[in-house]
Design a binder for this molecule. Structure first.
Ligand SMILES: C[S@@+](CC[C@H](N)C(=O)[O-])C[C@H]1O[C@@H](n2cnc3c(N)ncnc32)[C@H](O)[C@@H]1O
Length: 237
């Protein structure tokens, strides 16, 4: 099973929808607004970024996922899909009014370069918003007897090239990049037994494919961070 099934991404996007609504209230849409869905995957969220007459760019490095995004967003002329790497964005500087990273920055190997690129393309005063996990606080009940110190999911994510601990680090990284008004917190969401079971099943299938035996817990919880930060306005002396 591939890591990102359509089903998995839809489920994830559904659960974070209220937090994205919060992001949009923080966005200062200026003339000719353009928004960027960084690492848009199958494009499950991209069309949402066309509200307020914005043109939405969905950008992803994976051609298979992007092909699906193209098919799913076909009737929408305000959605533009681009095959590119977040560490080398094919855009002019200061053209984007809003950037969303929804479980994307965690997968980007050279995050420093990607953050520098995002800062370059954002208009001064514009918003970068991210939703990213932090497996430091992962809870599994009951714990597997052979994995008492930490979940094998963490090793799996690292093996696949992800940073499972990005959530708590990102706000400070953005501060170091001179983003301003950095705010962050963790998502709270209602417990949906069906969605939770599906996530556990998906994780078990991933681990099984790598030969890792993980007895499915009845309950898991992974803290998910939301982070917002603004590109500093240019000061007129
Ligand atoms: C977990 S998926 C999230 C997809 C989408 N944001 C969503 O929530 O449905 C992470 C995405 O980041 C993309 N990605 C990883 N590294 C990337 C890079 N360097 N540049 C652009 N996209 C990247 C992957 O191809 C994948 O689609």
């Amino acid at each position: 099973m591939e890591l990102y099934t359509t089903h998995f991404l839809c489920n994830q996007a559904h659960r974070t929808a209220p937090t994205r609504q919060f992001f949009y209230t923080q966005t200062n849409w200026k003339t000719a607004p353009i928004s960027l869905d960084l690492g848009c995957g199958t494009g499950v969220i991209t069309s949402e970024l066309t509200f307020s007459h914005a043109q939405a760019i969905g950008l992803d490095i994976n051609p298979d996922l992007l092909t699906q995004a193209v098919m799913d967003n076909r009737p929408n002329n305000s959605v533009h899909l681009v095959l590119a790497d977040a560490t080398s964005l094919p855009f002019r500087s200061s053209i984007v009014s809003f950037v969303l990273s929804h479980f994307t920055l965690m997968w980007i190997h050279n995050r420093e370069t990607a953050l520098a690129e995002l800062k370059r393309i954002l208009r001064p005063g514009s918003l970068l918003a991210a939703i990213e996990p932090d497996y430091t606080g992962r809870i599994e009940i009951p714990k597997n007897a052979e994995y008492t110190s930490h979940s094998p999911i963490i090793d799996y994510l690292i093996f696949r090239g992800a940073d499972p601990f990005i959530g708590g680090k990102l706000p400070f990284e953005l501060q170091n990049f001179d983003f301003t008004e950095v705010q962050f917190g963790t998502l709270s969401w209602e417990y949906h037994p069906e969605a939770a079971q599906t996530e556990i099943q998906d994780e078990a299938t991933l681990l099984q494919a790598k030969g890792i035996h993980w007895k499915q817990p009845v309950f898991t919880y992974t803290p998910i961070f939301w982070v917002i930060a603004f590109k500093r306005e240019i000061r007129s002396e």
